[in-house]
Design a protein around this ligand. Sequence first.
Ligand code: F58
Length: 839
Amino acid sequence: SSIPEHMREAWRKFSPRGFTTKEEFEAEAVKHIETTLARSLFNCDELAAYSGTALAFRDRLIIDWNKTQQRQTFADQKRIYYLSLEFLMGRALDNAMLNVGLKNVAKEGLADLGFRIEDIIEQEHDAALGNGGLGRLAACFLDSMATLNYAAWGYGLRYRYGIFKQEIQDGYQVEIPDYWLDFNPWEFPRHDVTVDVQFYGWVNKYTDDQGKQIVSWQDGEIVTATAYDVPVPGYGTPTVNNLRLWSSKASSGEFDFAKFNSGEYESAVADEQRAETISAVLYPNDNLERGKELRLKQQYFWCAASLHDIVRRFKKSQRKWSEFPDQVAIQLNDTHPTLAIVELQRILVDMEGLEWDAAWDIVTRTFGYTNHTVLPEALEKWSVPLIQNLLPRHLQLIYEINLYFLQSVERRFPKDRDLLGRVSIIEESQPKMVRMAFLAIVGSHKVNGVAELHSDLIKTTIFKDFVKVYGPDKFTNVTNGITPRRWLHQANPRLSELIASKLGNYEFLKDLTLLNKLEPYVDDKDFKKEWAEIKYANKVRLAQHIQKTKGYSVNPKALFDIQVKRIHEYKRQQLNIFGVIHRYMAIKAMSPDERKKLVPRVSVFGGKAAPGYWMAKTIIHLINKVGEVVNKDPDVGDLLKVVFLEDYNVSKAEIIIPASDISEHISTAGTEASGTSNMKFVLNGGLIIGTLDGANIEITREIGEQNIFLFGNLSEDVEDLRHHHFYGDYQMNPELLKVFDFIKKGTFGDEGAFGALISGIAEHGDYYLVSDDFNSYCQTQDLIDEAYKDQDSWVSKSITSVARMGFFTSDRCINEYADGIWNIEPLQVKEENEVRSRT
Ligand code: F58
């Protein structure tokens, strides 16, 4: 239905080309402010200026976005579909300006119009559709896939409310809803791209006239998914990929007009609202699954809409079904999208009439599954009755998939009945449960962990039996990475500029291994001076943020010690705060002369607790109470400050991370699958204190043991240590007991408030081994103080570490996924387009 060739002249003539100069940018921005927003020069505040700028850049992106989509359609090659319930994108404007290479143009243009670009960037509301590491990883992957010119789509949910905003009142976390869609210039509603998704109902099986078995899923309720598209620009390339987010609405066909007309207006509207509830809110748990029906509805709604969209696109190419896996690679970001496996099998068998085995072969060649945790409480299980009611046909398919799988296992291991029970997708509990990770393994051709230790652990613990069944090759490792565009260039522009000045250009942002060319400067006096000055300036910027948000000042010359991440017992913020209290007690016991020798420290914490995670909230409370006491103690002064930064999110991370001297990655060994903020901190010239866990191990291997502060027990010893606690065969660390007594005395108010936190460690097994690691932790903190006194060698460590961080770019990860799992090549983009200014 496209415009005939002889009428395309006008299109060619008027197709927008996008601004490149300052004047053109100003014209676009002013046009949007005065017409799209109906404002004028007399009432243009910073928000309006942001909106105009964002709309100008959005238009700019859309031109490349359209061309990219066309190019990918014509090329008709394999595409990657990254299915993730979370995309923690943060702000888009700064990223868009840098990626298209027009930040300087905008900066000068905005100055002409009377604004400072920093203030304008600050106006944007974070897109916070995720909890933490898993959601941010998805965002980094989108950036890398676009930058490397892969034809890739993200598929997610368009939540009306992202992760809650955190406030601290009286030391307690309070959650405020994050309604973020008031003005969002970065999304395009596609009211013409919809999918009807079915729930409930019943399954009708019958034989048709030709004697063929027909299965049909009937009745129930229909909810419509509408696509909202978000452009994802690559850095220094015209590729702009698409992130498609689904929003739920009552199906227009379903809106009950009879009800409506017979005066039941309210109940008709209530139905409408029930449908909209599906995409209303992001579940705020990290590493905990609760089995709520609405969550399962979200998962199926999103999987079904995405799968039908993908299949629709495939069908346009008119290929045979057997070619589906050559055109489509679907990556499951954890088990949340596992129903997509079942849905594709349903489409192929029930709707397209393929034989079971042919369909299943297509399915398994299409999917790959990434695991992000070994914590048992985070492994997804859905109760059979719940699925039976919501998705009756899918439950049948799951049982059938399991049957064929177990039969194949039985053929190969005929005498091992226990094995069948252990690998069964159905757990024989009361009620029966569907083990989603097992379903994801059976339905995929590759399963990967996210750091070496983690990938080894899944093979020897939770998925051990599957290694026996499938052999080791189905399981692989892709160590996580981060995008250096956001986490170096955007967050730390001065450091990026300094590096570019030595390497000659910004190519390192596309090939991060080039950072190794910094090594020759490790002993260069002038370079080190500039390096240290930039760190100091970033600390001043954070100190200003603390002043503005907390109302007190911290000394930017102090050692900044930072732990920012979701609050969780396994991440052990409690170990950190007990260490702080221990330090406080030591300071109190010192003479003024002894105090003079100390290295002043600012201990910064940040992170959200899941609203229902009471122990995590207690830890936040303790940190805040310790801060209240320590920060105003005249004996302490500048020697120790304890800061809890509220509402940690992506845009705050961009200010916090470049300002660290030391950051803490101190999970109990074997619990943190990878961690990615560890990489961000080191890439910004901060050193880290950490356990031998997750990616810390590989970071150590890359940067060298002398450049990291490691402590604590090893993963292989954790089981034994827990055993000793359990059987009472253990002496608590005496220094930690003193800390507990100090708290129990009421030093930080409210003795009772911290009772459960303390007794969990002192009396109830210390599951996360805080006591076992306490001594080693405190000693290592002392080593850090000593090391910090020698600034010259500290700066050398910092530079060396950055120079050796090339491995941790998400570009490397994406290439590993592309080679080892997706079997896909990037789409070549013409040279002439590729050359972009790099500011
Ligand atoms: C995180 N998982 C891991 N899950 O904890 C971290 O080690 C890893 O670096 C990161 O993934 C990326 O691989 C994580 O963030 C969640 O937040 C889920 C949200 C939904 C419920 C279950 C946990």
